[in-house]
Design a protein around this ligand. Structure first.
Ligand code: GDP
Length: 305
């Protein structure tokens, strides 16, 4: 909880100072204030479509109550954003729903290079181990030697086994080996890293579907989660990547990283609303412990405290 507040400090300070400017010298929420509010939300990376929805909700509220004082605006906004997020099935603060029927539980991790995919895998491995689960990693991003070595560093740090092959080998073959080792070693969770190249949609689609298919030869229902990692500090780029990856494969969960160094944390609200895919984790730093299980209401609250 403390880390969450610390992690979102920039977003919050930026947001609250814009909010107070938006209502400066105004006692009532009128058209001007609503216009200002719209600017605040868009410039906080909430995204245009979600901003429009939120503004509409506030307008309805003003129409219904006839009068809305500016001093009440933060509270109302908090309620309306929370209400909007409640309509999506985003994180309730539980992370992955581990089903004990699935052993190993297989997680395929996708996302563009540099978004924090490797770091997120390391943090997840650490978290699962803390919960008493055994973990195995598969280094199926075979395109870059650095990707394999980076993941190895996290495997060593968290003391979990990792299946790897040399650079340039077939990602599907690594995924197959990893899932098979996971079964043989009777581990609880297998996490597979995948290549973060975005040559084009067809290429990405083919590669991911091939990796998925070989996993299914070992475990018919695998992967049990496809986690897309997005860099929250890139704001609207994260939206674009979410669009591309959801078109290429069935993404079941999202992790939004780097929320600590950025004022663009509002992107989580927009992405959660637009994609209807649960945000399960957020990254709030570079360390092992800096991955939070996402809880949408806590997240919204932390903006207004
Ligand atoms: P990948 O290429 O997607 O695997 O990205 P990496 O995991 O190697 O991360 C890229 C950079 O982002 C590294 O310097 C990480 O330390 C950093 N990083 C990852 N997650 C976070 C986060 O939540 N907060 C911050 N501040 N940095 C992060």
């Amino acid at each position: 909880k403390e880390t969450l507040d610390k992690g979102l400090e920039k977003t919050k300070t930026n947001f609250l100072s814009k909010m107070s400017k938006a209502v400066a010298g105004k006692s009532t929420v009128d058209e001007d204030v609503l216009d200002e509010l719209e600017n605040v939300l868009v410039s906080s990376d909430v995204g245009v479509a979600t901003t429009i929805k939120i503004i509409k909700r506030i307008e309805e509220r003003v129409a219904r109550d006839k009068y809305l004082g500016t001093e009440e605006l933060n509270g109302i906004l908090r309620e309306e954003i929370a209400g909007l997020l409640s309509e999506t099935d985003s994180g309730e603060g539980e992370g992955f729903n581990f089903n004990t029927e699935h052993k190993p539980f297989v997680i395929m991790v996708v996302g563009v290079n540099g978004v924090g995919k490797t770091t997120t895998i390391g943090k997840l491995a650490h978290q699962f181990k803390q919960e008493g689960k055994s973990v195995l990693l598969g280094a199926a991003d075979t395109f870059r030697a650095a990707a394999i070595d980076q993941l190895q560093i996290w495997a060593d740090r968290t003391q979990v086994p990792m299946v790897r092959q040399q650079m340039g080998s077939d990602p599907a073959s690594v995924a197959f080996d990893a899932v098979q080792s996971g079964v043989k070693q009777n581990v609880d969770v297998v996490i597979i890293d995948t290549a973060g190249r975005l040559h084009n949609k067809v290429n990405l689609m083919n590669e991911l579907s091939k990796v998925k298919k070989v996993m299914q030869k070992v475990i018919p229902g695998a992967p049990h989660e496809v986690l897309l990692v997005l860099d929250g500090s890139t704001g609207q780029n994260a939206f674009e990547q979410a669009k591309q990856f959801t078109a290429a494969t069935e993404v079941t969960s999202l992790a939004v990283t780097k929320l600590d160094g950025t004022a663009k944390g509002g992107v989580v609200i927009g992405i959660s609303d637009q994609f209807k895919i649960p945000v399960k984790y957020i990254g709030v730093g570079e360390g092992l412990e800096d991955l939070q299980v996402f809880n949408k209401l806590e997240f919204v609250d932390s903006f207004f405290k």
